[in-house]
Ligand binder design. Structure first.
Ligand code: CP
Length: 342
């Protein structure tokens, strides 16, 4: 049974003056909150082109040659960090990933002093992951260049939501009208929050399935339907997104045991029978097989899009870097040179 009915949610627009003619009138990408559907669609359209280009032999371009990208990750990452590095390199940027473990942060330098230090080196793009919600926005206020949020605390992971949206759009043809079920540890998940904002903005029907202890406190204000049973939440689903249990963010007891969690909320073939036959199975990774998802479901070659999500991650991150650096003097010259060539 649905515990909350879908409500109309009004999404705020970012308070920036759009540069004339820009379809993405934002200096930074700090979250999906504040982006209107036109901006989201523009990023997805640009990323779609990169996804096609990445499947050809000519994956690289030099449109961002001469620009510098710094990746600053305060939390572990495989997919996001690697794909931002690859994305920057494919566009011709000089990319540098700063290891926070061996930086002066270990000597007590604050986040804001670190930001001021990096800003003095004149990067053109700064990609940041941080364990505290709001830390990336705080840092962006000290930077002259474009800042991209690669995940901040429980708040947002906008490029993950964009790559998920691109995967759905390419597999299902559109996002509008799809019934998309997000299952698992919603409370601690920045992926879930960014996806809820994006999918609602693009007209999907969003359902959450989770035990009451793993739902965020503000769930009533998210414009979603909430279920506590998988068989009810998955009924007629077009897409199911499973989430990892974020035990590193849990303080206290949220679950009886992992075995019991799998029994009630782990995605198995049997539970999937409630969804549509062509349901798309997604997971942002990293996965805990046998905890939130059965191996045979994760590896289902017909229905699982998990590896495609990773592939779309590179395309989406190329699009974000491309769009945010348009208008920089180096880009204007490179774009003119590209136009002359074609
Ligand atoms: N999905 C995701 O953010 O994965 P990583 O932590 O490996 O970057």
């Amino acid at each position: 049974m649905s515990m909350h009915s879908t409500s109309t949610v009004s999404y705020p627009r970012a308070d920036v003056d759009p540069p004339s003619g820009s379809l993405f009138p934002h200096k930074h990408l700090l979250g999906i909150w504040g982006l209107d559907p036109t901006s989201i669609k523009h990023l997805l359209d640009v990323a779609d082109g990169y996804a096609d280009q990445n499947r050809t032999a000519n994956k690289n371009s030099s449109i961002c040659a001469g620009l510098t990208q710094i990746n600053l990750f305060f939390e572990n990452s495989t997919r996001t960090l690697m794909s931002f590095e690859i994305a920057g390199k494919r566009l011709g940027l000089d990319t540098i990933s700063m290891s926070t473990g061996s930086s002066s942060i270990k000597k007590g330098e604050t986040l804001l002093d670190t930001a001021a230090t990096l800003n003095a080196m004149h990067p053109d793009v700064l990609v940041v992951r941080h364990g505290d919600s709001g830390a990336v926005k705080l840092l962006s206020e000290k930077m002259d260049c474009a800042v991209i949020n690669a995940g901040d605390g429980r708040a947002e992971h906008p490029t993950q939501a964009l790559l998920d949206a691109l995967t759905i759009r390419r597999r299902k043809g559109q996002i509008h009208g799809q019934t998309i079920v997000i299952c698992g540890d919603i409370a601690h998940s920045r992926v879930a929050r960014s996806n809820i904002y994006l999918l609602n903005a693009m007209g999907a029907r969003v359902r959450l399935v989770a035990p009451p202890t793993l739902l965020p406190k503000d769930v009533d204000r998210l414009g979603v339907e909430v279920f506590h049973r998988m068989d009810e939440g998955l009924k007629g689903a077009d897409v199911v997104m499973m989430l990892r249990l974020q035990q590193e963010r849990m303080k206290g007891a949220f679950l009886p045991s992992l075995r019991e969690y799998y029994k009630f909320w782990g995605l198995t073939r049997e539970k999937l029978n409630a969804a549509k036959d062509d349901v798309l199975i997604m997971h942002p990774g990293p996965m805990n097989r046998g905890v939130e998802i059965a191996s045979d479901v994760a590896d289902d070659i017909d229905r699982s899009a998990i590896e495609e999500q990773v592939e779309m991650g590179v395309a989406v991150r190329m699009a974000c870097i491309d769009v945010l650096t348009r208008g920089l003097p180096q880009r204007v010259n490179a774009d003119k040179a590209e136009e002359t060539k074609s």
